[in-house]
Design a protein around this ligand. Sequence first.
Ligand code: GDP
Length: 615
Amino acid sequence: MDKKNNPKNNDSRQSNVSSRSFSNSNTKEKLNGGVFTYHTPLSVGKLAESLGLVASDIIKYLFMNGKMVTMNTVLDDNLIGEICLNFGYDFVKEEVIDASDFEKISIDDDPSLLVERPPVVTIMGHVDHGKTTLLDTIRKSRVAEGEAGGITQAIGAYQVNVKGKTITFLDTPGHAAFTSMRARGSQVTDVVIIVVAADDGVMPQTREAVDHAKAANVPIIVAVNKMDKPGADPEKIKMALSDLGLVPEEWGGDTIYCPISAKVGTGVNELLENILVVSELKELKANPNRFALGSVIEAELHKGFGPVATLLIQNGTLNVGDHIVVGPYYGKIRLMKDDAGRQIKSAGPSTPVSVSGLSEVPEAGDKFMAFSDEKQAKDIATTRMNKKIENERKGTSIPITLDEISKKVQEGKLITINAIVKADVQGSAEAIKQVLEKMSNDEIKISVIRAQSGAITESDVILASASNAIIYGFNIRPDALVRKLAEEKKVDLRLHRIIYDITDEMEAAMKGMLKPEMIEKVSGQMEVRQLFKVSKIGTIAGCYVTSGFIKDNSKIRLIRNGVVIYEGLLGSLQRFQSSVKEVKEGYECGCTIQNYNDIYEQDIIEGYYDEEVSK
Ligand code: GDP
């Protein structure tokens, strides 16, 4: 390695993982209670216990100051400080930093060190609506300026200049990239542009793109494309997207719509200027004077250079020679190129770069972090690799289940629950969305990121997996494929027929009191072959057990032509005039259904029972 390239000498960049503690340095007088050292998250109950107080004292104190809390409320640093001082304690916050878990490290830069950074934009929309054309048009019109002979784009992202400011575009159109990045916990996009063809309209992938952007809480600009075409109808698009919550500014909403023609180039400048407007509102800032961290946009094994990755630097500065950990791999930046394929030595926030020098090919969405010390970086990569192997062995993954929510609540952790609601009719989906969102309280926010009528599809499972969401199915059953995908992705699928069951279950989870999950198991089925009406008893069905077994008093459902007609309990179960406990496949029997007589020949009686799922 060329010594001159090594930035370690005189490197003033701040490390990302130095351990930090914050104390109440303003308190001059010595407080009687002593110094209380705490770690977050800290609930009211836990704080009371640690300070040797009763929780009700803290709850009362906060109530007198206009704040309603419960035992489980997680306190922020300000409140912890205020309570400590009020009860006579000085306080120090200690952050336990596990450098190997760098996704979880929150970087709190001193505001005076922050500088503006370019917005990172992703273009999404339905196939053939013009995403690629728009990306090409922007690149050609902007990047080529001053580049004699044009440039060949080398990597999956590029930057353009608009009115003296820079915008970074991720050059991976479609939501697949966006989703897979989010599924890996990586959020790199500041603004989403949703392209809709004015001669076509809002299509399924348009809706999905809106759902994804909303779930990620990223502002949306709508580019109404193909305005040059004769059938262009932008008003129709505004109406359809308004139904999805994207109400145009001129109708009193806050979504910017830009009519464009990606092919001809009209309106593209205005679109770019609007990106600047939206990102200025977000006040995007970063600290160039720290070691870089960010995400992998794409990566491949290059024949000559070995593993090569396109990285987006989200904070700090990356230099040639830096020691980095990417996902679970170590690397030393050997060669760094910008979006035009030019070699560079250093790159700051929001810059996409292509780097070589990694030990292996990481995955899109993996996080990376640079370290000042080679040994530290190597140790962290090893720890991360071991964790990865362990997790793969355990089969753990990110999506959350109601049981985990219940556990988190017990631990007093503040959380947001994302949910997807699919129902037989749109009205039910909307109603369930409303009741669920109304259940949000101080500690737990419920956010329904998609509420639609129709079957549960693979796209629902993928959105759920990317957003840590639970899927509720109301009066619908998923098919085997979707069930399997949900199992693979560890997405919690909850199927109900009564709205109160959904809210009861959610309420139990929110109180940390979810009962062990029960799943329904079918014991067997029998076919009705003969009917006997007996005056005092009612209808006795002569049946033949076609599969499994049927127990007396079993829960049953009566199925006629594939439709569930009745659910209830089996009455008597008999063979040759004597009651029996169970009848197995291949045998005949007589039975009644409790409080139900409307049985027909060829009906199917299905026996089932609930079984607790062992975790
Ligand atoms: P993508 O699948 O969303 O990336 O769509 P493409 O960019 O590949 O565009 C699909 C088709 O629409 C191509 O044939 C483009 O030439 C055409 N197209 C894209 N933008 C416009 C436009 O503004 N006007 C017209 N007339 N055609 C366009």
